[in-house]
Design a protein around this ligand. Structure first.
Ligand code: SNW
Length: 278
């Protein structure tokens, strides 16, 4: 090799090395760019995909045109907007309650929103935002004699599969015949045609059914304040959870939460916990 050949060989090697460095940098930049475009680790970075329920009025339900609304839906849309997601960038999909948490864990949805109570058991498979609602598990019935837990003995009680009501009834109503339903509407149909004696669901949803079916009454209320409802996210998606918490606290602090509570739960006592702090 003459000196010219040597320097050409070195140059080639240098170029090859330089190319590798450039490629590595470009790769690094590309990776960072993806993270920066998808800070909340969404399935599709441009939309938040939300699993919810069609028959849990006034928390979440479908309108005649098929779109979702209710307290939880409007609160979530408000929080999402604070994170920079317009209404058309939040896609709601109705599911049976029992499918919601697994669907978040399996990356079918980014979030589940449906008055979902935060419990230690559920935290084994998903994470929760901070709480935004705490209330009662309620027994809905047309039976005037069904006024306390003791009267549930020997009765047929509907529960929606996977709910805290199902777990509570299994544990605390051993002499009650539990009848499992996929959703509230089918349970209330069974109640109205006498297949079950009562249905066990969230207080505000029970109250709403009494306005639609005047023979039904909210007969028993069991506090569930130790399991406040939160937005459900995939385990470890702390970026999304933290952003939801920030938006949630802003919505509480500026009175949005209170406005939505009064709109969707008129006549219900106003809880202190989520009102603006001085
Ligand atoms: O634990 C309560 C909470 O205190 C508040 O009253 C809202 O409802 C709850 O979160 C319980 N909700 C049930 C659950 O998490 C049923 C949810 C549903 O039917 N969509 O299993």
């Amino acid at each position: 090799m003459n000196p010219a050949q040597i320097s050409y060989a070195l140059l080639t090697r240098f170029r090859a090395a330089a190319f590798v460095v450039a490629a590595t940098v470009a790769g690094g930049i590309a990776t960072n760019a993806v993270a920066a475009d998808n800070p909340y680790n969404l399935i599709d970075p441009k939309v938040i995909s939300v699993g919810t329920m069609g028959d849990s009025k006034p928390y979440t339900f479908t309108k005649a045109d098929g779109t979702f609304t209710g307290f939880d839906i409007e609160l979530f849309l408000n929080v999402a907007e604070r994170m920079g997601f317009k209404k058309d960038q939040v896609v709601f999909t109705g599911q049976e309650f029992s499918a919601l948490l697994p669907s978040v864990a399996n990356e079918r949805f980014d979030v589940a929103v449906a008055a979902i109570g935060n419990t230690e058991k559920r935290r084994q498979t998903v994470d929760f935002s901070d709480g935004y609602l705490a209330g009662y598990l309620s027994v809905l019935t047309a039976d005037a004699k069904l006024t306390d837990v003791a009267a549930l003995k020997g009765k047929r009680l509907g529960v929606v599969q996977g709910t805290l009501q199902e777990i509570y009834a299994q544990k605390n109503f051993p002499e009650t015949d539990l009848v499992k339903f996929p959703d509230n509407n089918s349970a209330v149909s069974a109640l109205n045609n006498g297949t079950v004696d009562a249905h066990f669901l969230d207080y505000e949803a029970a109250k709403d059914y009494t306005t639609r079916y005047p023979s039904l009454k909210v007969a028993i209320n069991i506090p569930s304040f130790d399991a406040p409802a939160g937005f459900v996210v995939r385990k470890g998606n702390d970026a999304l959870r933290t952003a939801l918490n920030k938006g949630l606290h802003e919505a509480m602090q500026d009175g949005t939460w209170k406005t939505l509570y009064e709109k969707w739960f008129p006549g219900s006592p106003m809880p202190e916990a989520y009102l603006p702090k001085k």
